[in-house]
Design a protein around this ligand. Structure first.
Ligand SMILES: *[C@@H]1O[C@H](CO)[C@@H](O)[C@H](O)[C@H]1NC(C)=O
Ligand SMILES: *[C@@H]1O[C@H](CO)[C@@H](O)[C@H](O)[C@H]1NC(C)=O
Ligand SMILES: *[C@@H]1O[C@H](CO)[C@@H](O)[C@H](O)[C@H]1NC(C)=O
Ligand SMILES: *[C@@H]1O[C@H](CO)[C@@H](O)[C@H](O)[C@H]1NC(C)=O
Ligand SMILES: *[C@@H]1O[C@H](CO)[C@@H](O)[C@H](O)[C@H]1NC(C)=O
Ligand SMILES: [Zn+2]
Length: 952
């Protein structure tokens, strides 16, 4: 395998073990850098935080405000819904329903506000609802009622006042459209055995329950829900709880089934779910009292695609019962895979909904990456069953705690189910580094927003972003580590106990964690949990900590991608943080190597000499540096260079050791940073030299995996080795390593000759498909398109859909763009990501940009203001922008569409402008040096047999 020599070398070097010296120290580091607000302000006037929606009318009427008054609170709902899965005479799919909500009057009022959107309400005596007092007649009469469209209310004015302490029933009957809009109660279509099938499903989070039935649609307004579904005979109805009774009846001459569900526990409206389908399931109940079922299309279940999810659900539930020290709060756990679903998955209490790719696994079709996604998504959603569902954050401004928490503990649950997969370390790739990328912009925002800053549905929808999920996860992991996992879990358990079936705010969790600290002997913090955490959650961004090993001096400053950017958003903490930091030292005092042992939410910089020592340690003995730290060194170096804090040539030198690297996490981190470079330079003269360098660096990895896999005929045993094998193949083929393209083209050709038999291992399909379609023409593309249309496993369909964007033929790309917004060809849920794939391709990028500009109003109409995918669409199509001309185009796009607006993409557009501005500046200063470095490297290849100086 040609690596024996290096192994010996690494073993020899391993003698210089880095000794852990410093304990966890939390230091209030002095600020060496004070940012002036006024500097360069003219240039940065666009970078202000998103303004309050200017179109909102100033009015003091309660129905013009987006938040419910505190006069009423719901106790229980009794809802009956009847979705029609056949088109009606008006050419529409509809559902009808009736709802009775019992609520208590908390404060005297003569006004009832209840959320209601896009429902046609039946009139009772000329009014939209019928109000009665709970036990006896005596409710005030309705004076006036109407639908307030902008704020999505049913408004009811009464002739007299409701009495505090008394409870009332509000009865409504309604008709709604069962549209294919992925929001509220909606329909999804799929083909089975050549037949079109229709199912009715829900997505309530964040503000769509009001589109299925009138409700007090705020997370803090918990109530019980008694749900009854009327559905076609032969279909199955599911909801949050188990069914209480099922009965065949005839209504209006139509034979139907009526399924009544047991009332739910007290819960938020955004967690309500129901599904009508002809899906089947597999189940497991063991000696455990919880019934676990996996539901999907009949074909998928018969094919065994639910087995993996069923296998991991039980261990994950048990893990969380232990971790939270609280039994699973419900009788059953249903998980269902849906053909049309906007987000990845939704944690409805007891009935979790998934995209098919996030739940269904087929060993013949799914890559091990698909498998890992399933176990982590299942773990994430099940974590919510307690954190989020049993205890709910009162308002969406604290969404970060709900999502950040689940995004952190998903690694713990997944690790429990797959202990040999080394999943926990991957948080640095999938959350930490991802969060750094957006949080280093001045257009970022604090994790926690003020309650009054988040009101409208699109403001709420905007909270579902990388900051909430990934920064939330990284910050909570750091907190858990410096408190110790035991203390963190103790505080968490007490918090859950106190707020079960209720709601809380983030400081409630800090209270309980602080209490756990106080009660644990031996754990002492120099500041309390509130003081430490407030700096991480109430101000945006994060610090770069600089260690000067010559003096031992440690300092911090706010890390920004653009060094001269001016931060308009002020912080009461002046952009200083309490940083829990731990480092290791090795070697003689005069030549000592320092390494911060970090997984915290901050970047690390050193003095030049220490960087030199790190680079040399990487080149001559990288094994002694833990895997995660190798990835961090690379990622920090590149990002410090992008921020002009570190010389770019130094960052580039951290990649030289990659010829020895065989581990997944450092390669993945390197690849991302190199990809950033590729995108920065693939339209410029630097590209040739960059390609040549990468080709050289990946060659040993390619050879290593070629021989390990018996010339690519086998798959490595190790889970992360399988990931690295994919990197080896894709980077080698992408940079033209001899022998690589022949392999991928050969496989693809074989498949084209015999479409029934796909000879490509599922792990390698994404890469091979993309490579072959990129190298090929219309024949390869059309074959891929045919296979895409025939694919019955979602994981396979995604791989093909992404690969089709790899062609270099412009007319194929343009046709594919047209397909992307044709729901007959590409599912609506996949439209924006398909355009994103096309934009990722250097030839597709300008085509996608023009396409989106031309169709902006269409996107906005179809996807509405609330869609989660808007922001990724904008960031995908503008990803490569790095010239003043492109910046001008971006600004014009912003101006031209100011009237239509950008909905949940508003922030993303701001970020795109900021990133482009930063890149223009950076390129002006560094492009020459980068070109020179790559040229020099390709002219002076390293002597691979060189003896490291430390060993002579
Ligand atoms: C809920 O409504 C249904 C239909 O109106 C009715 O039969 C049932 O008794 C109600 N349940 C409760 C608890 O009020
Ligand atoms: C309102 O509800 C009460 C109690 O169920 C019922 O007696 C009354 O007829 C209803 N009013 C209308 C207009 O349907
Ligand atoms: C609701 O009423 C409007 C106006 O009459 C009508 O256009 C729409 O089709 C109705 N929706 C449903 C679902 O019946
Ligand atoms: C599920 O578990 C069973 C029993 O351990 C095992 O035989 C089967 O291979 C597993 N299925 C998957 C897809 O992991
Ligand atoms: C970066 O380092 C290179 C090589 O040591 C040097 O030529 C260049 O001037 C440095 N660039 C800056 C901006 O200091
Ligand atoms: Zn979540």
């Amino acid at each position: 395998m040609g690596k024996g020599y290096y192994i010996r070398k690494h073993e020899a070097m391993a003698a210089i073990i880095l000794a852990a010296v410093a304990l966890v120290t939390i230091v209030a580091l002095s600020v060496v850098y004070n940012r002036e607000k006024s500097r360069n302000s003219a240039k940065w006037t666009n970078a202000s935080p998103p303004a309050v929606n200017p179109t909102r009318k100033a009015s003091n009427d309660p129905w013009d405000k987006y938040r419910l008054p505190d006069t009423l609170s719901p106790i229980s709902y009794n809802i009956t819904l009847w979705p029609r899965l056949q088109i009606n005479s008006d050419g529409m799919y509809i559902f009808t329903g009736s709802s009775k909500v019992l609520f208590t009057c908390e404060k005297e009022t003569d006004l009832i506000l209840i959320h209601c959107n896009k429902l046609n309400l039946t009139l009772f005596n000329g009014h939209h609802a019928n109000l009665t007092e709970r036990s006896k007649p005596g409710a005030p009469r309705i004076r006036n009622s109407w639908l307030q469209v902008e704020t999505q209310y049913l408004v009811i004015q009464l002739e007299g006042s409701l009495t505090p302490g008394k409870s009332y029933w509000l009865h409504t009957e309604f008709t709604g459209e069962l549209a294919d809009d992925l929001e509220g109660f909606y329909r999804s279509e799929y083909m089975e055995d050549g037949q079109k099938k229709i199912i009715a499903i829900t997505q309530m989070q964040a503000t769509y329950a009001r589109k299925a039935f009138p409700c007090f649609d705020e997370p803090g307004m918990k109530a019980t829900f008694q749900i009854t579904l009327i559905h076609d005979r032969g279909t199955t109805a599911l909801s949050n709880n188990l069914e209480a009774s099922t009965e065949d009846i005839v209504i209006e001459g139509v034979p139907v089934t009526r399924t009544e569900f047991l009332p739910t526990k007290k819960m938020s409206s955004y967690l309500v779910a129901f599904v009508v389908s002809d899906f089947t399931y597999i189940k497991r109940k063991d000696n455990n009292r919880v019934l676990v079922r996996i539901w999907a299309r009949k074909k998928a279940i018969e094919d065994g695609q639910g087995d993996y999810a069923l296998n991991v659900t039980q261990p994950i539930l048990e893990f969380f019962e232990n971790y939270y020290n609280t039994s699973y709060p419900l009788l059953k756990s249903d998980q269902i895979a849906l053909p049309d679903f906007n987000s990845g998955a939704m944690e409805n209490w007891g009935l979790v909904t998934y995209r098919e790719t996030a739940l269904l696994y087929n060993p013949q079709m799914s890559a091990n990456g698909n498998k890992q996604r399933i176990v982590t998504v299942v773990s994430h959603e099940l974590a919510h069953m307690w954190f989020g569902n049993l205890v709910t954050l009162k308002w969406w401004n604290d969404l970060w705690l709900n999502e950040g928490f689940a995004s952190y503990v998903e690694y713990l649950g997944a690790h429990h189910a797959q202990p040999t997969w080394n999943i926990k370390d991957q948080i640095i790739l999938y959350d930490l580094q991802r969060a750094f990328a957006v949080d280093s912009l001045t257009s970022s925002h604090p994790l926690s927003r003020k309650e009054e800053e988040v009101n409208t549905p699109s403001e709420i929808s905007e909270m579902f972003n990388t900051i909430s999920y990934s920064k939330g996860a990284a910050v909570l992991k750091m907190l858990s580590e410096f408190l110790t996992e035991a203390v963190f879990a103790k505080g968490l358990r007490n918090y859950l106990q106190q707020f079960s079936f209720g709601s809380s705010v983030h400081s409630d969790l800090w209270d309980h964690l602080q209490k756990a600290v106080d009660e644990t002997p031996g754990v002492k913090l120099p500041y309390n949990v509130h003081e430490i955490m407030n700096r991480w959650i109430l101000q945006m961004g994060f610090p770069v900590v600089t260690i000067d090993t010559r003096t031992g001096n440690v300092s911090q400053r706010h890390f920004l991608l653009e060094k001269e950017a001016v931060v308009e958003r002020t912080s009461e903490f002046n952009y200083e943080w309490f940083v829990p930091i731990k480092w290791m030292k090795s070697g003689q005092p005069q030549d000592q190597l320092w390494l911060v042992q970090k997984s915290g939410y901050f970047r690390v910089n050193y003095d030049q000499e220490n960087w030199e020592r790190l680079i040399s340690q990487l080149e001559f003995g990288s094994q002694v540096i833990p895997v995660v730290n190798r990835a961090q060194i690379l990622d920090d170096a590149f990002n410090l260079a992008r921020a002009s804090i570190l010389n770019i040539t130094l960052a580039l030198r951290t990649t030289k050791y990659l010829i020895h690297e065989r581990e997944y996490i450092p390669w993945e981190a390197a690849l991302r940073n190199l990809n950033y470079f590729i995108k920065l330079f693939d339209r410029s003269e630097v590209y040739g030299a960059l390609q040549a360098y990468l080709k050289r660096q990946v060659k040993p990895l390619f050879d290593y995996y070629g021989s390990m896999s018996k010339n690519w005929t086998m798959v490595p045993d190790g889970h992360t080795d399988q990931f690295t094998q994919i990197i080896a193949l894709s980077l080698a083929c992408g940079t033209g390593v001899e022998g690589c393209r022949e392999i991928t083209k050969g496989w693809f050709k074989k498949w084209m000759q015999d479409p029934q038999f796909n000879p490509i291992h599922p792990n390698l399909r994404s890469t091979v498909y993309c490579d072959a379609i990129s190298a090929g023409g219309a024949d390869e593309w059309n074959f891929g398109w045919q296979m895409f249309q025939k694919a019955t496993v979602a994981a396979e369909a995604v791989k093909l859909r992404a690969a089709l964007a790899c062609t270099k033929v412009p007319w194929l790309l343009n046709r594919y763009l047209e397909y992307s917004i044709n729901p007959e060809k590409i599912r609506k849920q996949d439209a924006t990501s398909t355009i994103g794939y096309i934009a990722n391709n250097v030839i597709g990028q300008p085509l996608a940009w023009n396409f989106v500009q031309a169709n902006w109003e269409y996107f906005f109409k179809v996807y509405g203001t609330g869609s989660f995918t808007f922001s990724s669409l904008i960031s995908d199509i503008t990803n490569r922008f790095n010239t003043p001309f492109e910046l001008g185009q971006l600004k014009r796009f912003q101006k031209d569409n100011a009237e239509t607006g950008f909905g949940s993409g508003t922030q993303a557009l701001q970020q795109a402008i900021e990133k482009t501005t930063a890149k223009i500046k950076w390129l002006a200063e560094n492009k020459e040096a980068v070109l020179r470095w790559f040229l020099a490297e390709s002219e002076n290849p390293p002597k691979l047999t060189g003896i490291p100086h430390a060993l002579t």
